[in-house]
Design a protein around this ligand. Structure first.
Ligand code: NIG
Ligand code: FE
Length: 403
């Protein structure tokens, strides 16, 4: 049994082909999609549908009328921290009254997370996934990083693994208070027992490479140990100032370097060269962070013009960016980061997939996962054009109507 979604006014496939519009967006107008066994079976002009449907077992299945509105690939949120206790509304309020964002705030969430039960963390996580789904996200990466002990980090990646395959071990988020006088011993722990406990539940290794978190030498040690344990690298870098984290990420073949708020010309050249060489490092921009910390926004235009692959993600976390909404991130990226509506949509779908080294999501072509979003708008442009307005009419995850 399959599903046909017909009468789609604008179908964004992210699969450019002759006769399609929108450059990389590969837009088909007056389109239809056939879904079988959780995968896209066919996309094309609705006028060509009757023949195709007749050939397929889909003909007997459910038919959905998209009412002439837009359908896009589900959002791929490639950066989120969703396993934590408590919140930091008081810190946010103080920041809006003029205080600066500092990495050290993470420690207060560590205390609240350690104090929470497994079921409390699970319920919280389920709540965030629900709100993400309601806003069109169908794939999410989830990081640990608020446990910072062997048992608490293992618990975080284990709970994350219950809900996603994209799990990231971020034991190197900050040095916890109990190791403040011996950071070397903490890095030893991260690359030793903590990595051993967390690697079986994880796909990725990450480090917060930044003043106030981990140095370049420490970051290299963490990433190399993770790679040796079979994990793939991704990096938090250049959020609060310039540094060498972007170059380290490129050198180690990271799938993504995230934040990229303060980039040197050398960083941009390194990212662009990595892309030209094949499996490039994606620059993942996180507009919610600059929104919530009143930092300057990253310059997406500069990256795009240099040929760097750009992703947009929420960075949903209680400190620097407590939004789970990719439509919000798209609107900010368009308004304040120099992206066109099309570039921002691509970055939040295909860009996120590239940042996770996935080719089965973020795109609507035969064989891809049937993760789709129907908008209550005629065009993807409305995502940025109507900020703050709920425009997610329906969500399919693996071909099943999820909203
Ligand atoms: O991606 N930059 C490091 N980690 C998070 C912030 C975590 C926090 O403040 O709790 C981030 O912005
Ligand atoms: Fe983050």
């Amino acid at each position: 049994m399959g599903t046909t979604i017909g009468n789609i006014g604008e179908l964004v496939t992210n699969d450019p082909a002759p006769g399609r519009d929108g450059g990389k967006l590969g837009i088909i107008r007056d389109a239809a999609v056939l879904i079988e066994d959780g995968r896209v079976a066919w996309v094309g002009r609705a006028a060509e549908l009757p023949d195709r449907a007749a050939e397929s077992s889909v003909s007997s299945a459910q038919v959905v009328d998209a009412g002439g509105l837009a359908v896009i690939p589900g959002f791929v949120d490639s950066h989120a921290h969703l396993v934590f206790g408590g919140d930091r509304a008081v810190e946010f309020e103080a920041r809006m009254a003029g205080r600066r964002y500092e990495a050290g705030g993470i420690r207060s969430t560590v205390a609240a997370t350690r104090a929470a039960t497994d079921d409390e963390l699970r319920m919280r996580l389920a709540g965030f996934l629900d709100e993400m789904r309601a806003q069109g996200t169908t794939t999410v990466e989830i990081k640990s990083g608020y446990g910072l002990s062997v048992a608490d980090e293992e618990r975080a990646v284990r709970l994350a693994r219950e809900v996603t395959g994209e799990v990231t071990f971020l034991g190197a988020h900050v040095v916890p208070a109990e190791y403040a006088d011996d950071r070397g011993a903490y890095v030893d722990l991260v690359v030793g027992d903590m990595l051993t406990a967390c690697a079986p539940h994880s796909r990725w290794i990450d480090v917060f490479c930044e003043t106030g978190a981990f140095t370049i030498a420490e970051s290299r040690r963490v990433l190399e140990a993770g790679i040796a344990a079979g994990l793939l690298p991704r990096v938090h870098a250049s959020q609060l100032g310039e540094g060498d984290g972007v170059k380290l990420a490129v050198e180690l073949g990271a799938a993504s370097v995230d934040h990229c708020t303060y980039l040197t010309d050398g960083d941009i050249a390194a990212l662009a060269e990595s892309g030209a060489a094949g499996s490039g490092t994606v620059a993942t921009l996180l507009p919610g962070v600059e929104f919530s910390t009143r930092q300057p926004y990253p310059d997406a235009r500069r990256l795009l013009d240099a040929g760097v692959t750009v992703a947009l993600a929420s960075d949903c976390n209680p400190g620097s960016s407590f939004t789970s909404s990719l439509p919000f991130c798209i609107a900010v990226a368009v308004r304040d980061m120099g992206m066109t509506p099309g570039e921002a949509l691509w970055a939040a779908t295909a860009g996120g997939a590239a940042a996770l080294r996935r080719d089965d999501v973020g795109v609507l072509r035969p064989g891809a996962r049937a993760d789709l979003v129907q908008l209550s708008a005629p065009s993807h442009v409305h995502l940025a054009y109507r900020p703050g307005v709920p425009q997610i009419a329906a969500v399919w995850k693996d071909g099943v109507l999820a909203r």
